[in-house]
Design a protein around this ligand. Structure first.
Ligand SMILES: Nc1ncnc2c1ncn2[C@@H]1O[C@H](COP(=O)(O)OP(=O)(O)OP(=O)(O)O)[C@@H](O)[C@H]1O
Length: 333
């Protein structure tokens, strides 16, 4: 498959995946009954998911808890076999050609470690070198680059269990890239990290995307990850794809709301402007809320400036988190 930008690197068509989960009602009687009769429910984790991704993209895969994000990443990385649909990544069907396919991908699950817990990080790296049969020269070059850019100098000789979450995450990301994969799947890579570690991880993801051309698909609940990284958002809810587009399209579609803070020379009388909500008024500052679909910012400022002497104006857009919540609400998820 392809479009005007050429062939897709990743293409999913109608992927479906359900899980059979054991159900038990509350109470002792039900517990006793469950010893003999197991009741099951079917959870539809993915319902006909289709999307395609080009080489070099950074795609943010978002959605509320239980939407199906991790399940999609598991299908794409070949860990899970879907019930229906097709998936072609670099020409491979991940769950069928797994041995050859995994040489081209790196996977990081923020909540799970791929490193050996009790041994120094470097030992896990050497094991990965042997598993992936990474040529000595490539391994050395990649290791040096990763240690430098992720600041791992003082970490790689430490056992994983002695590392902080942020330090471990940087080591995990390095582990996933030792074999020079073309695609990196990151499942909540910044979960639980402090502000400094988050920025370091984001910066690194940007660098390997730009300099090495690595295609990145990341799931996150942190909208600032998306703002900092993703060119494109795929939003999933109740197993179905609900939005596929850029962050700026999303903003303009759902984010026409603005808050305007105006500072002025003392004015005791609040000024009301038609179509605009006055949120607060003090003798030196007013806070207005408006929808730019109905009223332009220019007209608000011009109407105000006729009545007060404006000193400063600050305009804020609705935070991306609020836009996402609005989107979830619209889709009733
Ligand atoms: N191995 C499994 N067995 C049974 N049900 C599962 C399994 N894995 C996922 N599910 C169910 O499938 C649905 C999608 O789960 P998934 O982990 O993909 O969601 P998610 O979007 O990654 O959620 P979160 O943001 O909470 O990590 C959920 O209802 C979950 O309970």
């Amino acid at each position: 498959m392809q479009n005007e930008r050429g062939p897709y690197l990743i293409s999913l068509q109608g992927i479906g995946k359900s899980f059979k989960v054991a159900r038990r009602s509350a109470g002792l009687r039900q517990a006793a009954k469950a010893l003999f009769v197991r009741e099951h429910a079917i959870v539809k984790a993915l319902d006909e998911i289709s999307f395609s991704i080009h080489e070099g993209e950074i795609v943010g895969y978002i959605g509320p808890n239980g939407a199906g994000k991790s399940t999609t990443i598991k299908v794409m990385s070949g860990i899970l076999v879907p019930d229906s649909g097709s998936c072609s990544i670099m020409g491979y069907t991940p769950w069928k050609d797994r041995a050859a396919y995994v040489k081209h991908i790196g996977v990081v699950f923020g909540q799970r470690s791929q490193l050996w817990w009790d041994v120094p990080v470097i030992d896990s790296y050497e094991l990965l070198r042997d598993i992936y049969k990474i040529p000595a020269e490539t391994y050395r070059a990649n290791l040096n680059m990763l240690v430098d850019t992720l600041g791992l100098h003082n970490l790689i000789n430490t056992p994983v269990r002695q590392l902080s979450l942020g330090q471990r995450m940087r080591c995990e990301i390095a582990a996933s890239l030792l074999h020079s994969p073309k695609i990196l799947f990151l499942d909540e890579p910044t979960i639980g990290l402090d502000a400094v570690s988050k920025i370091a991880v984001r910066q690194f993801i940007k660098t390997i995307n730009k300099e090495k051309g690595v295609t990145v698909i990341l799931t996150t609940h942190d909208m600032s990850d998306i703002e900092a990284l993703a060119d494109r958002i795929l939003m999933i809810g109740k197993g179905a794809l609900l939005y596929d587009g850029t962050l700026s399209e999303l903003r303009s579609r759902f984010g026409t709301h603005r808050t305007i803070t105006v500072d002025f020379r003392e004015c005791l009388q609040p000024v009301d402007i038609p179509g605009v909500i006055l949120l607060s008024w003090t003798p030196e500052r007013a806070l207005y809320s408006l929808d730019t679909e109905h009223v332009s910012i220019a007209s608000v400022i011009s109407q105000l400036s006729e009545l007060v002497e404006i000193i400063d104006v600050a305009i804020e857009t609705k935070p991306i988190d609020e836009i996402i919540v609005q989107l979830y609400k619209e889709h009733q998820i």
